[in-house]
Design a protein around this ligand. Structure first.
Ligand SMILES: C[S@@+](CC[C@H](N)C(=O)[O-])C[C@H]1O[C@@H](n2cnc3c(N)ncnc32)[C@H](O)[C@@H]1O
Length: 213
């Protein structure tokens, strides 16, 4: 990846991809291991003010809302937000925004993101985590779930690249998909001053982790 303009263009393609696939975007509820993923959230018990970044079609939002006093859910895709809003109650505030430019007005007790961190370019990793830190109230907690799945046909720029290509809506989109190994991620987070308190569970190739700054 080159300059900021290239990165911005790539991130815009990523949003365009998710807007194009929003209608058919998968529901983990139907996937093997789904109950184990849900159990990660149950065990974490995200109480208080909860922020969900890149909420997508709202697979996680009801699980968060079960524990939370209130949930703020952010996504760049209006199509994803519409799907999410159809499945959760009024205690959720929906925000259409670009995670890389958005800043909340208040702070949160929990920040959650599902299958999102791998879509954050390495160049924006530190900035993203600084934003997350800025969103947390004292004693706040972070939980995220992710995978490192990249199909061979997506690796148009080679396995070493974190840029992949996916087809949707009759076109090809570039996306970021960083294939982290858990220990590598823990080191990167430690370098930013975060401590990974616990890798909560592994279900298939998905990993739930809990980090606290
Ligand atoms: C892999 S999906 C994950 C959705 C959801 N968290 C889940 O686990 O089902 C990625 C989501 O990120 C959203 N997204 C992509 N780029 C974004 C950005 N720059 N700001 C906010 N949301 C973005 C997409 O619209 C999509 O809903």
């Amino acid at each position: 990846m080159a300059g900021d303009d290239d990165l911005d263009a790539l991130l815009a393609e990523q949003v365009a991809y998710y807007r194009a696939v929003a209608g058919e975007y998968g529901d983990y509820g139907a996937m093997p291991g789904a109950s184990a993923l849900g159990a990660v959230v149950e065990e974490f018990a995200p109480a208080g003010r909860v922020l969900e970044l890149a909420c997508g079609p709202g697979v996680w939002t009801p699980l968060l809302a079960r524990h939370a006093d209130e949930v703020t859910a952010v996504d760049a895709s209006a199509e994803m937000l519409a799907r999410a809003a159809a499945r959760v109650d009024e205690r959720v505030r929906w925000v259409r925004a670009d995670v890389f430019g958005w800043r909340p007005e208040g702070v949160f007790d929990v920040v959650f993101f599902g299958f999102w961190l791998s879509h954050v370019p390495r160049e924006r990793f530190a900035e993203f985590w600084a934003m997350v830190a800025g969103c947390l109230a004292p004693g706040g907690r972070v939980l995220f779930v992710d995978d490192a799945l990249r199909a061979p046909e997506e690796l148009v720029e080679g396995a070493e690249s974190s840029v992949i290509r996916r087809w949707a809506g009759g076109g090809v989109h570039r996306l970021v998909k960083v294939a982290y190994r858990p220990e590598q991620l823990a080191r990167a987070l430690a370098g930013l001053g975060w401590s990974v308190r616990r890798w909560v569970r592994r279900c298939g190739r998905s990993t739930g982790v809990r980090v606290i700054g």
